[in-house]
Each structure stands twice: as structure tokens, then as C-alpha cells.
Design a protein. Sequence first.
Lengths: 386, 134
Amino acid sequence: MPPADAYITGIGQSEVGVRLQRSPLLLTVDAIREALTEAGLAIGQIDGVSTYPGRSAAYLGFSPIGADELIDALGIRARWHLGSLEISSQLGAVAAAAMAVRTAQARHVICYRTVYEAAAISRPEEYTPLVRDRVDGYSQWFTPFNAFSAANWTAQYAMRHVKRFGLTREQLAQIALNDRANAMLNPRALVREPLTMEQYLSARMISTPLCLYDCDRYTDASTVLIVSAGDAIDEVECTPIRIAAMAGTVERHSWDQAEWMACYPTGEDLWKSTDYKPSDVDTAQLYDGFSFQAIAWLEALGFCAVGEGGRYIEGGKRIALDGELPLNTFGGQLGAGRLHGFGFAHEAVVQLRGLGGKRQIAGDPKIAIAASGGGPLATALLLARD
Amino acid sequence: MSAPRVLPRLDSENRFFWTAGAQGQLRFLRCQECAAFVHPPRPVCRGCLSEKVAPEAVAGTGTIDTYTVNYQQWRPGLEVPYVIARVAIDGAPGVFLTTNIVGCAVEAVEIGDRVRVKFEQHGEVYLPLFEKIA
């Protein structure tokens, strides 16, 4: 009988910074060492590796370390591995690992996301910049119109909320302000200076309604989560965190043809696969590479109705550390850095284990949600400490 | 926008779309079996899997579904601000184009505005930009 459940066991994170000199492989190893130590596992017990998006050869800073390379570099005897862009966003790599251990294809899977964009841009001789004289594939529908960035694409979703539902800049600001407030309590956060509403409102626009503080910035870091099989957790020293439910969906991949963001069907799917309800969730760690994405996730996961996200976070009290639904308690991507999806699951585990230090939420949290993705891809994980 | 635009690479599937402006037409693939529009262009209908898809001209008008005013200078020489919009294409249900709204102040653009295509020629490529219908 294959094990019925999958658990997140060891977690780890490298130094988080910009223009780091340490190699991306060694940053990955730093995070792996920390995760193995916490779990009390040796590298020889690892038999699976999973990552998003795999080695990104054309634009290496985005993902410099593929699963193949990691397996070879660390002498891992992998029975199962995955490194793919074509999964339901970053945490899809964790969901895939959970399926692997539940089907007895592996017992302990290292899942990781290593980002090196800030370092890569600062060392163009080593990391060749992506220069295209012509575009094809999905890019041809955006780039010729100078819609270069996901900031432009996400801004258009946000603008619909502004016009249809009355989302205000003061409401949108709560994601950035909450992230910064929490980041100040996280020793590993990238940006640890306070941010005020006045600063936010006077910031330059990037793409309306998103201003500078609504957008994450290039970061160098590696984040690791070990996913272990239910019948292997007696080998582990740390408190196992059960993956109680998971969902992931893909919308039409050309963002402009998708009617809506993929987080909405993902949220519906998640609750169909579990008896837990939104009101059981003690903390939410929701993708916020752009602030609006976290608001969309709050709606998608049923914490409020579609269109009510702005009013739900009005004033910021509800999502603060001592609020009804503490959100992105590590600082999110706007405060802790662009860890690209994995930071949310890492923090959910930290909080469920009570290891958040100054940012630890009160009340013995047992259920957390971690979600990644904006636009056409989305993954949600419901995590439980039994 | 003084910085040169990065143009699409033409191939057998997209050439009809990017060159249709030479005849002053906006064209999309349409399934000859079930009448659904197929965009982005591919040699099979996403509605019924028929391979009988062919380009058809549409009126060239549409409605702004959503938009953003871009202020970030992503490339050297890029003149900002400019409007990026998602336009719902008249006569082609479910088809949208990401485009620029030109010929008006950026403050003048609203969701629901009626717009008409205005091609911008770059050699054999005609980019379908849009301007407001007065």
C-alpha cells in the first residue's frame, strides 16, 4: 500500500540578497543543508528532487540550477525527479513531489526554487542578457506593444478591480505596508525598512494602478522544502506538516486570452477536495510578487467574495500579525524578497511549527494556506499540523 | 515611442495575421465547421478540433476590456507614458488583443471605450494599434 499522506518535513533557506557573489549552486546547497539538519536526514536518504522551472538556459538568472545538475552535483540517488516550467506555477513542484511520495516513487524529495536574477544582471559577462531582435510564441502578443513585463499584464487585472469594484490605492497599499511591517521582524527579509502610507501614495507609478511598492524586485536566494512520505516520517526529527489538500490549474496561457486569473478556479478546487473550510485557516501565505495577486487570492480562496478583496484588507488590521487572518507573515515577496513562490510555503511551515520568533502568530496555529502564481497559473496547498 | 518596437517573427501560422494590415484588414482564423474563432492562430480549432480553419476579416472595431498606463521605461529610449489595453474584438467572440491605444491623452482611456484598429507599419509587419472612435 502506498502511503496515504505527504508531509513537508525539513525546510531551509539560503542567504537572501541582491548581487550575491556566492554561486547559485552553493546557495542551493546552503538551503538544503539547513533543511536536512532540521529534519535530521542525511543526503543519502534523499531519493527525489523537484524544482520549478528547471534550468532556464536562455535566461539563466531566472533559474540557474536544474534538477539534473543538483542530482549530479550532490550525488543524490534519485528514483524520481522533475524540473519543469509547464506545471501549475512554482509550488506545483511541491504538489508533484507530494504525488510522487504518495505513489511510493520516492520517500524524501528535495523541492527547491533558486533565483539569481539580481546577480545575473550585475555580471553580464558571465550571465548573457536575454536580447531578442524578434519575438515568437506567446511573447509576440505582448512585446510588440511594449507590454514587456508581468507588471503590465497584472496591472490590467488590477484595473478591472479598480473600475468594477472600486479598489482604491489605499486598499492596495495594505499588502505592501503589511509586507514591510512583517519583514522588519524577519532577520532574513530583503527589505527591512518601514514603509508608510505617505511614501506609498507618493511613489512613482510603474503601470497603473501598480506603483513601485506594488512590485517585487530581483533577488538572489534559494528556498528548500523536503516532502516526505507518510510512512517515512518516523525517520524525521522535526514536526511533520501534512499536505491536507492541494489544487493547481492552468488558464489559457496567453494572458490576454484568459478571461480571469487561474487562482479563482484553483481556490474552488482546493475546497472541493477537503472538509476544512476557509474559517479553519489560521494564517495565509499568498503570492504577492505584485500586490494585487494577494488580493485576488484572498477572494479566490473564499476569505471574501469576488470584488470584496480591497474592502477585506481595508486599514490592514485584519491581515496584520495579530489580526483575524495574518497574511504573508514573513514579509511576502515585497518585503522578504522575490523568493518566487517557495517563500510562502516555507513560512506556512515556520508558523505551524511556532518557530516564527518575533513574527510568530499567537494561538497555536494548526492550519495554513500557501499559494503561488498569478495570471494563468496557480497552485494552492492547505497545510496542517496534526 | 522612439525606441524601436520588438517585432514578431513571422512563420507559416502567424504571417496572415501580422501582414493583414497591408490590405487595411484585421483578420483572425475562423473554423469553417463550427464558426469559432481561433486565436492565437493554430492549424486546428480549439472548439471542435477541425483542421478547416481559415483567415477571415472582422470589422476592425472593438471595446476596451481593461487597460493600464505604463510609466516604467523598460528599455532605453522608450517614451512614457503609454496605454496598454486589452481590446475585445467586435464580431469575434472570445478574442482579445493586447495593444496600444493611440491618438489620445492617456487620461482619456476608459474601460468600455469603443476603439478602431489603426495599423502601424514596420516593413511587412503591420501592428494593430487602436484609437478611440470619436
